[in-house]
Ligand binder design. Structure first.
Ligand code: PMV
Length: 322
């Protein structure tokens, strides 16, 4: 069979996915909105090979074993079932960002794997089908398939839960400057976190408020209303972290530097340098700003005690074969 190589971007959720209505199918409890990131991506090559006894998988040149291998093999099994083949695969995956920085790689990783594996298996899937398949490997990966500004429709079945592009990558010249605060591998995975949402007394209220936030954020993107957009993003990130912090066990992903960065952003904003933060299931801070302010913000952020690195992203296209 032929070898296929795909690249896929990571994405940052602006309206977050936190909680599932079906854990097996990875159906989100709510719609979410994201942008693909130009500076963080995964490149994956897949080849289904005659005579191979088991799947051979490497990530960043290290052989993958254990639970990580099981999850990837299960995804390859989905592709094999769809294509009607039984061959095992060689998978080589590389991230363009260092490991151990706490940057999520499951979205870009499963999106690139989905496109490379399906195409190596001879399947010609539509964007919607690729998004559905990527979702079954990692929920947020479904948003790394379409381009630019993306919505994941939560749906209520396998076929109705997928992501599509709301606006192309060049629709609005904004930036996401990531302040890398560090941390080793997460103590609590997002899979465990999703499972704990019901234990938070704030969860139900958060879910009730999401449809209105989705309507409003789409309007602010359409109108390029940066202040309105940023306010929603920041409030939304705090709302998800309020659920995390009040879950049992409490999930406190922030480190002291995370809070330091958040406070600086608020201070700079009152001084006229407009940016807003959003944070996923980790300590790194994504700082949303207009393109004209990205350089200045990047410099300011890199000078904050505890910030290890800064990555400037613009909205990017989704997964593609290379
Ligand atoms: O796709 P998962 O299981 O890694 O969950 C992603 C969860 C968040 O990054 C916190 C939010 C999101 O919508 O991406």
């Amino acid at each position: 069979m032929t070898t296929a190589t795909a690249v896929a971007p990571a994405n940052i959720a602006l309206i977050k996915y936190w909680g599932k209505k079906d854990a097996g199918l990875r159906l989100s409890a709510n719609n979410s909105i994201s942008i693909n990131l130009s500076g963080i991506s995964t490149v994956t090559t897949v080849e289904f090979v005659d005579g191979l006894k088991e799947d051979q998988i490497s990530i960043d040149r290290e052989v993958v074993t254990g639970a990580e291998k099981k999850r990837i093999t299960a995804h390859l099994d989905r592709v094999r079932r769809m294509a009607g083949i039984h061959l095992k695969a060689k998978v080589e995956s590389k991230n363009n960002f260092p490991k151990g920085t706490g940057l999520a790689s499951s979205a870009s990783g499963f999106a690139a794997l989905t496109l490379a594996a399906s195409s190596s298996a001879g399947l010609l899937l539509s964007e919607k089908d690729l998004s559905i398949l990527a979702r079954s490997g990692s929920g947020s990966a479904c948003r790394s398939i379409p381009s630019g500004f993306v919505e994941w429709k939560a749906g209520n079945s396998d076929r109705s839960s997928y992501a599509y592009s709301l606006f192309p990558a060049d629709y609005w010249d904004i930036r996401d400057v990531i302040a890398i605060v560090g941390s080793d591998v997460k103590k609590v995975s997002s899979t465990e976190g999703h499972a704990a949402v019901e234990s938070s007394p704030l969860y139900k209220g958060r879910i009730r408020g999401i449809p209105r936030k989705i309507r409003r954020i789409k309007e602010t993107i359409r109108n390029k209303d940066f202040s309105g957009f940023g306010e929603i993003c920041e409030a939304e990130a705090l709302s998800m972290h309020a659920v995390m912090i009040t879950s049992k066990p409490a999930l406190i992903y922030w480190l002291p530097t995370t809070l330091r960065v958040m406070h600086r952003i608020i201070d700079w904003r009152s001084g006229g340098l407009e940016s807003y933060f959003t944070i996923d299931a980790g300590p790194n801070v994504h700082v949303l700003c207009l393109a004209k302010d990205a350089l200045k913000l990047g410099k300011h952020l890199s000078l904050i005690e505890g910030v290890k690195n800064v990555i400037v992203n613009q909205p990017a296209n989704g997964a593609a074969l290379i």
